[in-house]
Design a protein around this ligand. Structure first.
Ligand code: PEP
Ligand code: CO
Length: 458
């Protein structure tokens, strides 16, 4: 069936006819409508040709030719929309990508969890504390974290505040990129104040200078500058959870005759909202962006075959990414049948490993954390399983920050449960700190499975 025919019954609002989970309940539906209308008139945050450019990069990653580094906060907060926080986030992703490019000998495509990662799925609609029951905190685009009635009331005007924060963030990132901040010739711009004290600093410096030497060598013998190295790409992604927000920024593009979600380059569906017959899958099937879906241990062969058929019936390379998040313990038994099921259905996807969300646990005192060794072990297993199955692991999806937080245990400094209290800042999931994130990149670079060449044989 042609795309046109297949999408005959799809509109940016057709999801509203389906059961849609994890949406806030607004007291005043007219106020929600006003916000959505205003949002739908404002200019887009990204443009369709950038979205198409990322799509082409993802298609290459699917072939094993490049590698996707997707990362950022579990949830962005409006208060963190400051120049320091945005620069910090950009710096750690740039440093990691330099280390990964050096280790994997592949082009690295950077995709931030940034400029729109404001809505969070929650296990319960309501939260009760000391006999008081209030709506759960669903992210800054919905309500506020403090446990009081006014803060927890879902407020539709926050959709506009989120849009503005996203636009400010991406505007700043674009200016930095265009101004030369991401130029591989100048990794010294990316230094973070505290990194000099890090046990990983010397190794990072060695890698950075070896990349610099390689660039100088190439440029001196060819007489050309490596243009790609000057203007390095950077894309935005977020969980497309709040469907009124996504819908309002969905625009018809005459050039391609398709609808694009122009709130971000690459939205994804979270594991809790990915039921085939529900609103999120309905909305995502109609947009032309490259899209991703989180898949957990319960994704069986029938589900995967149907999911890939609904979301990518034409089997367009780069269109559909599956972000597997299985946990260090289960990945070696759960991933092979998943790869097999997708292959047997005739679908082709880009596989990316999210080693964070299957490895969340609580300490004895109830603090949410993740162990560095489990995160690393899930990544190692992912490379190994894909290589053994003649598949490619095309990227990693991480929750990280360029800040010096203590939220995940382990890593070069051997953070213990005890250390978590020192600098735990996340309002939701625990993130790798600067040093742990860099160490992950270094360890990936050293994995032999990670460097295996693309192969056609199963
Ligand atoms: C997340 O990415 O923060 C998240 C909620 O993940 P998942 O959908 O995999 O649970
Ligand atoms: Co998270």
């Amino acid at each position: 069936m042609s795309t046109e025919n297949r999408l005959k019954d799809w509109t940016p609002t057709s999801w509203q006819q389906k059961t849609t989970l994890q949406q806030p309940t607004y007291r005043d539906p007219a106020a929600l409508e006003r916000s959505v209308l205003e949002l739908s008139r404002l200019p887009p945050i990204v443009v369709s040709w950038e979205v198409d450019a990322l799509h082409r990069h993802l298609a290459k990653a699917q072939q094993g030719e490049s590698f996707i580094l997707q990362g950022g906060n579990c949830a962005e907060s409006f208060d963190d929309c400051t120049s320091e926080r945005v620069v910090e986030q950009l710096k750690i992703l740039l440093q990691m990508s330099l280390v990964l490019a050096h280790g994997l000998k592949k082009r690295i495509i950077r995709v931030g969890r940034i400029a729109g990662q404001y809505a969070k799925p929650r296990s319960a609609d309501m939260e009760t504390k000391d006999g008081v029951t209030l709506p759960s905190y669903r992210g800054d685009i919905v309500n506020r974290a403090p446990f009081d009635a006014a803060a927890r009331e879902p407020d539709p005007s926050l959709l506009l505040r989120g849009y503005e924060r996203a636009a400010l963030t991406l505007n700043f990132v674009r200016s930095l990129v265009e101004g030369g901040f991401t130029d591989l010739h100048h990794p010294e711009y990316w230094d973070l104040d505290f990194m000099r004290h890090s046990p990983k600093y010397e190794e990072y410096k060695r890698i950075a200078s070896s990349v610099g030497d390689a660039l100088t060598f190439f440029e001196s013998i060819t007489g050309r500058t490596v243009a790609d190295a000057e203007q390095t790409n950077f894309y935005a992604s977020h969980e497309g959870l709040h469907l009124h927000y996504e819908q309002a920024q969905t625009r018809f593009i005459a050039r391609t005759q398709r609808w694009y979600n122009l709130s971000t380059h690459m939205p994804w569906i979270g594991v809790r909202t990915a039921a085939l017959e529900h609103g999120h899958v309905e909305y995502f099937r109609g947009i032309a962006n490259p899209i991703a879906v989180k898949v957990g241990p319960s994704a069986d062969a029938a589900y995967l075959a149907e999911l890939t058929r609904i979301l990518n019936p034409e089997r367009i390379p780069g269109r559909l990414t599956l972000l597997h998040r299985l946990g260090a313990k289960d990945i070696e038994s759960k991933l092979p049948p998943m790869i097999e099921a997708v292959r047997a259905s005739g679908a082709e996807v880009l596989w990316i490993c999210d080693p964070m969300h299957g490895n969340t646990e609580s300490t004895a005192t109830g603090v949410k954390t993740r162990r560095f060794e489990n995160i690393l072990s899930e990544i190692e297993s992912a490379f190994k399983v894909h290589a053994e199955m003649g598949s490619h692991l095309g990227g990693v999806h991480l929750e990280l920050t360029g800040d010096n937080v203590t939220e995940c245990t382990g890593g070069a400094r051997g953070l213990s449960d005890h250390d978590l209290a020192r600098a735990y800042r996340s309002t939701v999931d625990p993130r790798l700190n600067y040093e742990q994130a860099l160490e992950v990149a270094m360890r990936i670079g050293r994995l032999s499975g990670a460097r295996s060449l693309p192969t056609d044989s199963p």
